[in-house]
Design a protein around this ligand. Structure first.
Ligand SMILES: Nc1nc2c(ncn2[C@@H]2O[C@H](COP(=O)(O)OP(=O)(O)OP(=O)(O)O)[C@@H](O)[C@H]2O)c(=O)[nH]1
Ligand SMILES: [Zn+2]
Length: 208
């Protein structure tokens, strides 16, 4: 089953609803109705009649990252930056994802930094790359690695540092039921991995 291709603008990560043209396959509606029955309720009662459509629409949004290659946002770069050769950091970017084990929300923030070699990218693009990978079924480790690898490959910088902190609803709202606990992951590449002073500097800028 292929996702709808009616998105065009706005781009991935923008806070909009899936468009009205979204067609919901009968098998998706039926799957949600089955889940409602499994949960112990009646999918034909009035309050739940529209729920399969709403859930399907919501999942088109949660899974928008599958509709594109998030690294495409790094295609447009700038070389004229007045000789700037220090760290570029986008700090505390809020994001939402879903864990691939329980399809439960992962809610957190990411700090993304790189040390440019000969080109920089429009700063919003770092957040777009993050959202493109986050709007998929994920584990936090892979999300962290995918964002860092994408920047490393497409900007060929001297260093990349990505730190993500998130809460996992599968831990806070079920299972081990431990609210308030955060998971932290990081990926350091190039200078930030090899040079202790650079690593400390970027972590300090991020507030760690
Ligand atoms: N490493 C990692 N683990 C995750 C992530 N998201 C969820 N998990 C964990 O994935 C694990 C799945 O464990 P399973 O034993 O297969 O599933 P489960 O029986 O539902 O486990 P519990 O959550 O402990 O009830 C759990 O320990 C989750 O906390 C993530 O992003 N990274
Ligand atoms: Zn989970």
């Amino acid at each position: 089953m292929s996702p709808p291709n009616d998105h065009g603008e706005p781009e991935d990560g923008d806070l909009v609803e899936a468009g009205p043209a979204v067609e919901i396959p009968a098998e998706v509606s039926e799957a949600v109705r089955t889940l409602i029955r499994w949960a112990g309720d009646d999918p034909d009662r009035e309050g739940l009649l529209e729920t399969p459509r709403r859930v399907a629409k919501a999942w088109r949004e949660y899974a928008r990252g599958y509709e594109e290659d998030p690294c495409r946002h790094l295609a447009r770069t700038f070389e004229e930056v007045g000789g700037y050769d220090e760290i570029v950091l986008l700090k505390d970017i809020p994001f939402q994802s879903h864990c691939e084990h329980h399809m439960a929300p992962i809610i957190g923030k990411a700090s993304i930094a790189y040390l440019p070699r000969d080109k920089v990218v429009g700063i919003s693009k770092l957040a777009r790359v993050l959202h493109g990978f986050a709007r998929r079924l994920q584990v936090q480790e892979r999300l962290t690695a995918e964002v860092a690898d994408c920047i490393w490959q497409h900007l060929q910088p001297k260093g990349v540092a990505v730190v993500i902190e998130a809460t996992h609803a599968c831990m806070t709202a079920r299972g081990v039921n431990t609210p308030g606990v955060m998971m932290t992951t990081s990926r350091m590449m190039g200078t930030f991995r090899e040079d202790e002073r650079s690593r400390r500097e970027v972590l300090a800028l991020m507030g760690y």
